[in-house]
Every structure is written in C-alpha cells, then in structure tokens.
Design a protein around this ligand. Sequence first.
Ligand code: UDP
Length: 319
Amino acid sequence: MQIILVAGGAGFIGSNLCRALLDGGYKVICIDNFITGNRDNIKSLQEDAQFKFIEYDIVKDLSAIVSETSIDYIFHLASPASPNKKSPRSYINYPIETLLANSQGTYQLLEFAKRNRAKFLYASSSEIYGDPNVSPQKESYFGNVNPNGVRSVYDEGKRFGEAMVMAYVRKFDLDCRIVRIFNTYGPKMQADDGRVVSNFINQAIRGEPMTIYGTGKQTRSFCYVKDMVEGLKRAMFKDGITGEVINLGNPDERTIEDLAKVIKKKIGSYSEIVFEELSEDDPKTRKPDIAKAEKLLQWKPEVSLEEGLSKTIDYFKSI
Ligand code: UDP
C-alpha cells in the first residue's frame, strides 16, 4: 500500500484531501500543529485504520517523528491562509509562523522527500500574484506584490516556498510540482476563519449584518473544495510534470457584493449588508486562467457556485 504524508492535514483543504486519499486506498500520515487546523476536522478520519495523525510543527526536523523511509508522496499544505486580521486564525496574527511554515517548513519537507525519493506537491497560492495588473492570471505572470506589507508574510512566504521547491527540482531532480490554489470554500472551513464565504454564510444564518469590506466591487473566483481536492490529486499523481506550476481554481468570477446577495437570497436571510473598511493591499481582482490544468491534468471544476454554496450552507447549519 502506498503511503502519503499530508502536512497541514487537519486544515480545511487538507482534511478534505485526507478523506479522498483514504477513500482511494492509500495509507495517510497527517501532520498538523493546530495553529489554524482543527481537531474536529480529523475526528472521522481517525476511525480509519489507514490514517495516522502526528501533532508536530513541520518547521522542525521530521525524521524525529516519522520513522517510515518509504513515503511515496508528500503534500505540503501546512500554512495559515486567511488574511482577515479580525480572525484568530489569520496569518496576520501568526506572521512569523507563516513565514517559517513556507520557508523552513518547506525545506524540512523537501529534505524528507529527498531521503524518501517521494513525489512532492507544494500548495502555493493565487496570492503570489498580489494585486494583479492582468486578468485572468496565467502561471507565466510574475505578479504585483508588496514585499513588506501586512500580507507579505503569506505572499512572500509562498513565493519563497516556490523558489525552494524549484531549487530541489533543479539541484536534486526531485519530482515536485507547484499548484497555485485560488479561493476555495466548502465543508470543514472554519466558521471563524474570517474568509468571505464563511463570514457571509454565518452572518446570514444568524441574521447579523453581512460585512462587505470596501466597495464590494472587488472580485474573486470561488472553487468548491471537492473540485480542488480532485485537482490536487491529479497534479500529484500525474507523471511527467516535474517542475510544473499549475493554477487550480474556478474561473467563475464574482464581485464580493454579488456573492453577498447570492448567499443572502439562498439562506432567505433578513441580514442587512454593511460596508466596512478595506484592509491593506486587498487585491481588486482575481481570476485563474486554468488552461494549463485543463491541458496537463484534464481537470476543470464541475461544481457551480450555487450548488457548492448550498452544500456549504447545509454544513454550517449542521455544526
Ligand atoms: N471580505 C469581505 N467581507 C468579509 C470577509 C472578506 O468583504 O467578511 C472580502 C475581502 O476584503 C476580499 C474578499 O472578500 O476582498 C475575499 O476575502 P478572503 O479573506 O475570503 O480571501 P482573499 O482572497 O482576500 O485571500
């Protein structure tokens, strides 16, 4: 049986990925330090005999805790990811941890991959494009990032992580791929994550004001987590794509104001929509060009925003 290590496996995307890998017949070793991950996310996974959980910080040497030398695949999804400083889980509140997870943590995982000759996938982010001057964003676009603003701990962390991964590809011929994950939503998102989808849904369910930051004319493109997990699996298991950088996301672009209206209507909520201050360096537009993923992985999202939101609303109502 092949063994897969998922760093950040108790997070939103990580725990959904672990479930899919177990269902696919793999043995999964999940590592998380719970800075932003959640014990509830792995409860049902722990009932599976092929699932092993290790509470650990990937910034430290992994050989101290993982004895296997036959790991076949490593997914690096371990990093805080929410920019909203009002959230206790935001990377703004964990600036050093975020920088280290993507630099030192990436180094430790790559060293571990090298010893195991494991295939490696690094979860980069659409944030490496910063506040883009072009739309949609293709992988060849270098981005427009403030190198020392509040978001830089994440943006530059991910950019450094990409550079580190490519160094191992070039110097050691390690079989790595980089995926740039665009906005993703769905079950197992943290209610207090501060992301726009979780905020709007929970505000609308509770009848609290729905908080649009800025004018609401800024855009994002939202991918349902099931589609994202499928893209991650395809990127990892596809042969012959060493060193490729691939956008994963849903190109269905919406304004934040439109998203608020769609969610309010779906829930039948009486919440008022209020406008609050926009945070520093908030990107005005974001939309993935996924032609490369379509060509290399034969992948494109299948779940519409309306359908995905219904499932996510049901999830938040249930918890
Ligand atoms: N946003 C908002 N209200 C909220 C949370 C977020 O208007 O309660 C906006 C935020 O300013 C940004 C967009 O929604 O323009 C997406 O924010 P999110 O934190 O989900 O992800 P980002 O794409 O910024 O990483």
